[in-house]
Ligand binder design. Structure first.
Ligand code: GLN
Length: 476
């Protein structure tokens, strides 16, 4: 069993059953530390129900019987959801996230919950309070983050596809690090209801899978308006897979000089530029362009995201759910002790940064200023999309680094997001796909950004390039 589409076909042909494939996946040892929890009983029950539907000739969903994993900041009714935090250890959500409900309605078998940086804050999954996740291509290296568990699970063949969340690159960068396709949909395309909030104006849920078509299939299942998320957009649902094969003739591709940053790994630079030439050979027009405010994106993001996080995480007070400190007398002590004990160092750093930036006297200088710069960054992209259809760059400036290497240097870790976060600031759709491998065998990913709600063009361009490059990146 390889990808989602392949598995769907095998199930339809009767070559395998959902119970058979689900069992096989659950029995595979998780050597990369991808899963925080494997829901054996729930997955097998769902697989059995799917096989029965099929046997009865009942109506089937587009993902019927297919195994999918969820990042552990996506709520699952009755199944522990921790967001990678000790503060939520053992927390059993009373309801499903909208995306969880939609996957179930599509017939998917939910295999379990994958590891992440605590509350999505990080770029290596090392900020998880529970365990380390390893890159299946090299077990001494990071799978990226914060959706590193979802990426490692798919890349290691432990599930057919997975959902992650992306606030500043957390779907695309792990996809790049593990040889997968990952899509951050346009802000508003996929409901965030029931997803543990990090930075609400940036967060978006999206798929990670082995191929562009697999990603399109997952997107079809989870997208669409949801009254439970006030930022959900009421745009028509699309049959994403239909337009996939239309090719790239006449497609205008922009290479922004600011996204080919100093210090970028030369192997990545070469691989991305070679892919651009392939697109040209397939009939696209490739031009250089400028996004002049890109240099402010990192600073802007690392003001806005911590501000929103400091506000969102105020809800964890030890009163109704989550970690509750023992032996405290005053309410204030309950807050202080519960949070001190429950939250990890990176999360505390973000809460302090955000609280500072929002405090009286500094609010206008930091938060308001960052929002203004964010507008300028968005306008850069609006201007670019007047002359090109997609923007192409690398996904990450560097190859997957060694576990532990950047842990003592938060700023070095933040710098790793330089290519992915403008997409979130501008609310655009962004896709990462494999474009090569380093000499040492590590995957290299490129990023395609598109106009708001124009995922169709991204998927079409990615599909054409995927077919042309015909890579098969497999962990050793
Ligand atoms: N690495 C970025 C951060 O720590 C992005 C994380 C994400 O997209 N969730 O904020």
């Amino acid at each position: 069993m390889k990808g989602l589409v392949a598995l769907t076909k095998a199930l339809a042909d009767g070559a395998t059953s959902s119970v058979e494939t689900t069992k096989a996946l659950l029995q595979k040892p998780d050597l990369v530390g991808a899963f925080l929890l494997r829901d054996d009983a729930g997955a097998l029950a769902a697989a059995k129900a799917s096989d029965e539907r099929r046997a009865r000739g009942a109506a089937l969903g587009p993902l019927d019987g297919v195994s999918v994993a969820l990042k552990d900041n996506i709520l699952t009714e009755g199944v522990v959801t921790t967001a990678g935090s000790k503060l939520l250890a053992g927390f059993v959500p009373p309801y499903d996230a909208t995306v969880t409900t939609r996957l179930k309605a599509a017939g998917a078998v939910l295999l379990g919950k994958t590891n992440l940086d605590e509350f999505g804050m990080g770029s290596s999954t090392e900020n998880s309070a529970f365990q380390q996740t390893k890159n299946p291509f090299d077990l001494t290296r990071t799978p990226g983050g914060s959706s590193g568990g979802s990426a490692a699970a798919v890349a290691a063949g432990l599930c057919a596809g997975a959902l992650g969340t992306d606030t500043g690159g957390s779907i695309r960068q792990p996809a790049a690090f593990t040889g997968l396709v990952g899509l951050k949909p346009t802000y508003g395309r996929v409901s965030r209801a029931g997803v543990v909030a990090y930075a609400s104006s940036l967060d978006q849920v999206g798929p990670l899978a082995r191929s562009v078509e697999d990603v399109a299939l997952l997107l079809e299942a989870i997208e669409g308006f949801d009254a439970a998320d006030s930022t959900s957009s009421d745009v028509a649902k699309t049959a994403w897979r239909e337009g996939l094969r239309s090719g790239v003739k006449g497609l205008r591709v922009g290479l922004p000089k600011e996204l080919f940053v100093d210090g970028m790994d030369p192997e990545i630079d070469a691989s991305v530029r070679a892919a651009a030439r392939r697109l040209e050979a397939l009939g696209a027009h490739v031009v250089e362009l400028s996004l002049p405010h890109t240099k402010y994106a990192l600073a802007t993001y690392y003001v806005i995201a911590p501000c929103e996080a400091s506000s969102n995480l105020g809800r964890y007070d030890g009163v109704r759910y989550g970690h509750r400190a023992k032996d405290v007398k005053a309410l204030k002590d309950l807050y202080e002790k519960s949070r001190s004990e429950g939250l990890g160092p990176e999360v505390k750093r973000r809460i302090m940064l955000g609280t500072f930036a929002l405090s009286a006297g500094y609010h206008d200088a930091y938060y308001v200023k960052a929002q203004q710069v964010r507008t300028l960054i968005r306008r850069d992209y609006e201007a670019a999309f007047a002359s090109v259809d997609v923007v192409l760059s690398a996904t990450s400036p560097v190859l997957p680094w060694r576990l532990g290497e950047k842990l003592d240097d938060p700023l070095a870790m933040y710098l790793m997001d330089v290519l992915t976060l403008p997409c979130n600031l501008a609310g655009l759709p962004g896709l990462s796909m494999p474009c090569g491998q380093s000499k040492a065998g590590l995957p290299i990913g490129l990023q395609l950004l598109g106009r708001p709600f124009d995922e169709a063009t991204l998927l079409r361009a990615a599909h054409a390039l995927e077919a042309d490059l015909n890579l098969s990146l497999e962990p050793r």
